[in-house]
Write a protein that binds this ligand. Structure first.
Ligand code: GDP
Ligand code: MG
Length: 441
């Protein structure tokens, strides 16, 4: 929608608040969406309460209907929560930087070690991967394989070098890193299928032995509701500084992200999206918010509608209308061009309050029609555009010839323009338009 039209709305609409029933209706849908995304129930409850609070204080938007506005608040808040404190790895002032991975068995720690190794190397570091999972029979070999694939050195226990003792392996790996000038050490640790005291103690002992700069909690996004108890157990048992979500290539909607973030307050730093080493990225809160809400179409429309609402231009136009300057054919043309720029016109106009009627006033806009209108207006002199009253029969004939249309079409456009102009004056005068929601008489 044209900025100027929207602006006129904004000056007419009362500075109302979203109503309780608007909020209730949409909150119910959001609740379902979050539960379907496997966000843990207590987290859903807290989050919805938070959203209600924010929505209650929100002024009615000029660009969105109430339901869309609530969805937008939810989306913004999700991005805010998921992205709060997003940060990169903290590197130690004196190398080596020690990164320790913790999490349940199968979470994706060993795979992540390889991914981190590859990523660190690409950033100019010289990482050392450390096999401190001596629980699973093939764990060491698995790390050696990913290390080789990533082109990164692996520290594995050898006879006389900490065999059987993961804490000793971790300790010695730090010495080795200093010795061989590795500036980052990534320690892979053992997990259990469920939270278990012995595993937690071992992880805590490794932590105490190497004093990591970063402990990353690795969690499978498919874990769903269990994310809460698992994250809490690791927070209490070992503690961690950041979170890595894995298996985001699966069909999990990602509720675990919100649960873990909400329960632990720790930032989600990386996302793992496949078995291959390159399936790895820093965490993108906006993508995750979209995935959790799963309202992609609505979010796109909201974005489009808001794009149309350019605050700067809006301010300028408010001044223009307030000062009584007239709505000209140039404005008229610009308005239609902006509407076209928005893309699928039907959708968009339908979702904006009152725009159905507005479209009829401005004219039935399809692309071909718009091109003709543009051609006609461009064939006018500046004087004719700013004061269309002077367009008489001979001028109409000249314009028609210049733009390749009939004299009748020129006349029809001018008539349509006068209708739009009348409407703009009414709106600027604060009278509102009958039947147009959001405008007041
Ligand atoms: P660990 O027990 O925590 O060390 O987990 P692993 O690194 O051994 O991973 C367990 C399984 O999950 C392996 O088969 C991995 O290939 C697979 N895996 C790890 N990360 C991902 C991921 O992001 N996406 C998918 N699809 N599979 C993954
Ligand atoms: Mg492993």
């Amino acid at each position: 929608l044209s900025d100027r039209l929207t602006t006129v709305f904004s000056s007419l609409r009362s500075k109302g608040r979203l109503s309780e029933s608007d909020i209730n209706a949409t909150a119910r849908e959001i609740r379902v969406a979050l539960l379907e995304a496997d966000v843990a129930l207590p987290v859903v409850k807290d989050f919805i309460a938070q959203i209600r609070e924010r929505a209650r204080g929100a002024e009615v938007s000029q660009a969105l209907n109430p339901a869309q506005q609530v969805v937008k608040i939810v989306n913004d808040e999700l991005i805010n929560i998921l992205g709060g404190e997003t940060r990169r790895v903290r590197f130690a002032k004196r190398p080596p930087t020690v990164i320790m991975l913790a999490g349940l068995q199968g979470a994706g720690k060993t795979t992540l070690a390889g991914k981190l190794g590859r990523w660190l190397k690409s950033e100019g570091h010289a990482p050392l991967l450390v096999a401190a999972d001596l629980q699973r029979p093939n764990a060491v070999q698995q790390l050696e394989v990913v290390g080789e694939r990533a082109g990164v050195a692996v520290f594995a226990p050898e006879p006389g070098n900490g065999v059987g003792d993961p804490i000793e392996v971790a300790r010695r790996s730090i010495e080795q890193a200093r010795h061989a000038q590795h500036d980052v050490v990534v320690i892979d640790t053992a997990g259990r299928l469920g939270v278990d005291a012995e595993m937690m103690q071992q992880a805590a002992d490794i932590r105490d032995a190497v004093e990591p700069d970063e402990i990353l909690f690795v969690v499978d996004a498919m874990i769903g509701q269990d994310a809460v108890t698992t994250a809490q157990a690791f927070l209490d048992g070992v503690g961690f500084d950041g979170v890595v979500l894995t298996k985001l290539d699966g069909d999990a909607r990602g509720g675990a992200a919100l649960s873990v973030r909400h329960i632990t307050g720790r930032p989600i730093m990386f996302a793992s999206t496949g078995e291959k080493l390159e399936d790895f990225d820093v965490f993108h809160p906006d993508r995750m918010a979209g995935r959790i809400l799963d309202m992609g179409d609505i979010l796109t429309l909201i974005e489009q509608a808001e794009k149309a609402f350019d605050a700067d231009q809006a301010a300028k136009m408010t001044t223009k209308f307030a000062s009584g300057e007239d709505f000209t054919l140039d404005d008229f043309l610009e308005q239609m061009m902006m509407i076209r720029k928005l893309g699928p016109i039907g959708n968009l106009l339908g979702m904006l309050p009152g725009m159905g009627q507005m479209r009829d006033q401005v004219g039935n806009i399809d692309d071909k029609d718009l091109d003709r209108v543009a051609a006609i207006i461009r064939s006018m002199t500046p004087g004719e555009r700013s004061a269309p009253k002077i367009i008489n029969g001979s001028r109409r004939a000249r314009i028609a010839k210049g733009s390749g249309v009939t004299v009748g079409e020129v006349g029809a456009l001018v008539t349509r323009f006068f209708e739009a102009q009348k409407m703009m004056r009414q709106m600027a005068g604060g009278m509102g338009i009958p039947g147009m929601p959001g405008t007041r008489r």
